[in-house]
Write a protein that binds this ligand. Structure first.
Ligand code: WTA
Length: 653
């Protein structure tokens, strides 16, 4: 599977990089050591990279102790994220481009927005939100495609102290409804439609369907016109943004926020069917997002930086919007997909906009690799100087291709490991400091203390393979789960008391470099998206024909992992290809397109322990078509189910 292969190839830091980058090897060693030896002093200094209205005194006040988990950074400080991402830059770089937006199809063109323009637009947006009753502390749900308005809406929330909860537009209306309800949003911002790879996304219609399930919860829906298609507008509730903006004032001063006031919530999959609302706060988050953006990508003035992530995921938050804008960078946002109108689209955009720093996901690299080198090589890509990868382990073969073909062998690759819960990158090479090994995320960022533990929680030294925990807090860390602090403590701090459990496996080699080996919980990673197997199971059993379901991941050439579902029907003889298709489209409709099940195997029973617990390890092995290590099956309540499962397996190599 991805990332599991040990590799010995090493690409040393190129000389120009060691000389020119912010951080070289010596500096990394010294700064890392200082950050661990005295985190207070280290972060006291680096907290100054953002502007504070009132200074902080206490730097770090954190505890991972069971029953006392509490994470606070820069407590007494006050600031505003939108001020830091916009106003602070106006004197020096008001006319510099803050954001370049590139439309779905080349004929949709591109738009550049300067910091000065961004300032005026975000103040308008902030006043529009206020006109709809949004106040400091309120949660606003954003269901927006990859258009600049997503950035505006986020910054406008930050400006007035509202908390945004972005929901990716790949989530279907059911998921949207539960997220609106869980967040308690009264205001939703969306677009009439989205455009993606030539397809229209019916976003307003999805909001309507979601709100039908939540009568009386939402009082205002603000609709951005993307395509101008006529959509249903409920009188009194729904308003076009452009109509509202005509009626509000131009000016909106930034609200003074405490460092620990929430900035946003982001729902992500966990090991139960209910998504978790990870809460990020203001000061520490911004310090960490900005610092990692500068050092990991070695962002210098004049760079054109492009992160291809969706704005509705953490990568879009930290590395399209907050990190880059806090650094006064130029950040590119692309509406479309890598394969539309053809497989050269990324390289075309890179040449057109002279992109120098490019950050994408292994799933995109794998699919583009399949289209051959020609589609890449016919573009110059001369502007590129660094490549990044995020979202899942990148296998050495794809890494080599990315390096050799896309980067012409001269661009370092930063394989950045992190999570929604971590707010920013935790383990990564630094391009001027770290020798690169394909498939290895390599070294901890400043202030990050990774450890590898075995199942019993023993800390393993030296070369080791086990579960990855982080032993101490860093400023960008998620603070809690929205309205569920107990689950926060239980999921992340109780498995290994006193430590943050990442729920990822990792291996450390003799050089102290970390390679990620994938999730160790019931979450699978499909094209870089976290899919809780329990969520898929819940959607399956909601279907009238299904009595029980168990879902596992299996290695998939493009998606990294595919979704494999074992389904027990209420009536066995109903099993048919039609029902199979029906179940696939049912889940897709309920949960959205990333939840497209690849394989549905009808089963008569599932392997269970005598206490009734499904043994997923066995199901995973059968899905992988690998019986060499089914492990101990003696605890099975009913050993006969195994034979039927194996005989009817769908992956046969
Ligand atoms: C996986 C995305 C290996 C990992 C930023 C993690 C990775 C989950 C990498 C978080 C990487 C992310 N190498 N695995 N470079 N980056 N992951 O919350 O399993 O959407 O726990 O955050 O993605 O996914 P999330």
């Amino acid at each position: 599977m991805n990332g599991k292969k040990q590799t010995t190839v090493v690409y040393p830091v190129p000389k120009e990089w060691a000389e020119r980058a912010f951080i070289n090897a010596q500096r990394y060693e010294a700064m890392y050591a200082a950050s661990i030896a005295n985190p207070e002093e280290f972060w006291r200094e680096h907290g100054k990279r953002i502007h504070w209205f009132k200074p902080y005194n206490t730097v770090k006040n954190t505890s991972f102790e069971p029953g006392k988990v509490s994470i606070k950074w820069y407590e007494e400080g006050t600031t505003n994220v939108s001020y830091n991402c916009i106003d602070r830059h106006l004197a020096e770089r008001g006319d510099q481009v803050a954001t370049i937006w590139v439309g779905d199809h080349p004929k949709d063109g591109a738009r550049s927005i300067t910091y000065r323009e961004l300032h005026a637009i975000v103040m308008k947006w902030a006043n529009v939100l206020k006109s709809q009753g949004v106040r400091k502390g309120d949660v606003v749900t954003l269901y927006l495609p990859m258009i600049p308005e997503a950035t505006y809406a986020m910054l406008a929330c930050a400006r007035i102290g509202a908390v945004h909860s972005a929901v990716s537009t790949i989530c279907a209306s059911n998921s949207l409804a539960s997220r609106i309800a869980d967040a308690g949003s009264k205001v939703v911002v969306t677009a009439d439609q989205g455009l993606r790879g030539g397809h229209k996304l019916e976003l307003k219609a999805a909001v309507d369907a979601a709100l039908d399930k939540l009568p009386g919860v939402v009082t205002s829906v603000i609709v951005v016109k993307r395509t101008g298609a006529p959509v249903g507008m409920l009188k009194g509730r729904d308003h076009y943004y452009n109509e509202l903006s005509d009626t509000v004032p131009e000016q909106c001063p930034p609200e003074e926020m405490k460092a620990e006031d929430p900035l946003f919530i982001l729902f992500t999959s966990g090991s139960t069917a209910k998504p978790k609302g990870v809460v990020h706060t203001t000061g520490g988050y911004l310090v960490y997002a900005a610092m990692t953006h500068q050092y990991v990508f070695d962002y210098h003035d004049g760079d054109i930086y492009w992160c291809t992530a969706d704005i509705g995921w953490i990568t879009g938050h930290s590395y399209i919007v907050y990190g880059p804008l806090a650094n006064g960078a130029t950040t590119l946002m692309f509406e479309g997909v890598p394969t539309y109108p053809n497989v050269s689209r990324y390289w075309d955009i890179i040449d057109k906009h002279k992109v120098s720093l490019f950050y994408t996901a292994p799933t995109a690299i794998r699919s583009l690799m399949r289209s051959g080198e020609g589609a890449v090589k016919s573009y110059s890509r001369a502007s590129l100087r660094l490549l990044g990868s995020v979202g899942e382990p990148i296998d050495p073969k794809s890494w080599e291709w990315y390096h050799r073909v896309v980067g012409d062998g001269r661009c370092p690759i930063v394989d950045t490991w992190w999570q929604t819960e971590t707010g920013g990158i935790l383990i990564t090479p630094l391009p001027g400091a770290t020798d690169l090994k394909p498939g290895s995320a390599s070294k901890p960022f400043f202030g990050v203390k990774p450890e590898i533990v075995d199942a019993a929680g023993n800390v393993l030294d030296g070369v080791a393979d086990g579960n990855l925990v982080i032993a101490d807090s860093w400023p960008g860390q998620g603070r809690t789960l929205y309205r569920d602090p107990e689950r926060f403590e239980q999921e992340y701090f109780s498995p290994y008391p006193g430590k943050y459990f990442t729920r990822d496996g990792a291996r450390r080699d003799a050089d102290g470099d970390y390679s990620m080996t994938g999730r160790v919980d019931d979450v699978i990673n499909v094209s870089g998206h976290r899919i809780g197997t329990a969520e898929v199971e819940a959607a399956l059993v909601a279907h009238a024909s299904v009595s029980e379901a168990a879902v596992v991941g299996y290695p998939h050439e493009i998606k990294g992992q595919g979704i494999y579902a074992y389904v027990i029907l209420i009536e066995d003889d109903a099993a048919s290809d039609d029902l199979r298709k029906e179940l696939v489209s049912w889940v897709r409709r309920e949960k959205g397109p990333t939840f497209t099940i690849d394989k549905v195997q009808f089963a008569l029973g599932l392997p269970k322990t005598s206490s009734g617990k499904i043994i997923r390890r066995i199901l995973g092995k059968i899905a992988e078509d690998d019986f060499t290590a089914l492990g101990d099956t003696s605890t099975l309540a009913d050993p006969s189910v195994l034979e039927h499962l194996i005989d009817n397996r769908l992956n046969r190599n």
